[in-house]
Write a new protein. Sequence first.
Length: 489
Amino acid sequence: MTTLLLVPTALERDLLLPQPDWRHRRDVVTELCGFGLVASGILAASRIADHRPDSVVLAGIAGALSPEMTVGRAYCFDRVAVYGIGAGSGPDFQTSTQMGWPQVADVTSEPVGDILSLHTDSPDHRSGLLLSVCAASASVAEANAKRQTFPDAVAEDMEGFAVALACRVAGVPCQIIRGISNNAGDRDRSNWKIPGLLPQWRRVTGDNRHESTIRLAISTCPNDTFAFHALMNGNVDCRGLDFQVELLDIQELNNRLLADRVDVAKTSFHAALLLAEHWVVLPSGSALGFGVGPLLLASHPDTVPATGDQVTLCPGEHTTAALLFQLFYPETSQIRQAVFSDIMPQLQQRRADFGVCIHEGRFTWQDQGLALVEDLGTRWEQETGSPLPLGGIVASRRLSAQTAATVQAVIFDSLQYALAHRDAPLTTMRKYAQEFSDDVLMQHVDLYVNQWTVNLGEVGKHALNELSVRAARIGLLPPGGRPLEVLTV
């Protein structure tokens, strides 16, 4: 079975379909079909003749004609109509059907009018009429005029009807999936939402190709290598899933999430807050607790961040450590980002004034001759009464609910194995640790692996909400954004 995936422009193809995904599937052939009704109809017919697919999917962007359509989301339409082929314009426009002329006759089993039905096998599609136009609406008034002719239309594009007609003539099922990039008539590109449509497009396609192959990325810190040792070494049943595991620095993990290049990953809760629309937190695997916070260290004793000529190193722009520093020391010094393992050496070399230290350095900073300014975790606990949420495991919302639940079950089993065989993970922990002794590694585990790592529970959910509220208060989150959600299993 071969699917021909048609995308009007290279811009839409590159934004909606980055590698590896559909563009590199053996059962999917991806082609450009051109911009507008004329080019897309001709090229669609040519591509169908060349590839003889079993089905065709048209993907790209569209403008919303109805408040039912949300900008930034993707939809699969069950019908498509054409506007602009007929007589007259504005309120005097007559469709070809109203004129008594079908779009196509004789070459199909039945004459084709102004509306075609579409194939909709997506489990998460939104039924609605897509209106294909010769020219996109340049104003809200133009958009409203089109709805006077087709009051059921919920979105407009410029290729859908032509591609669907080519498929009808060829006898091939056609599915149209459009990401709503803007409201029809709004030509201000700064209001458009295109890059964020990728996870939505995947969700609506019901693309389960990777459902058995899970791209999992975790950090190199001991609590992660402890928790995931059994999963990585085949000590637990993976329930039919093939985990492709990468171990990365926390900022690299956040970058992978922002680029949507993983299915499941450890991330800072700072990054998770920014990506809540497209990712859900799994109940197991989090680093959250009392006495687990990052330390604010200084290269000189008896100093605090206070002036703009001072430099503070943070372990990544989207780390929770960086968020805490901004919460407690807003606008007090220049913030620069560094790999977490480089922060203490730079402080020793007096290349920065302060550094927010995470991971194993929490236990070794005194050996490096550095000074403690404040335990940011302790301050959080004193102000909120909640355990500090540092990072957790998130799963992409494009995964089916069943697959996400299966991933959660495997992670839970891997964690339970580690807790029951505490010495077994040391081989994996040593491999990725920064040259620390077994005692320091297990001290790290004892601090960061706790009851909330096994299951966040209501206390963990409350802590995540507290973090979200405080981040929004200082303007780090957009107003009205989707809150963090924990997967229900």
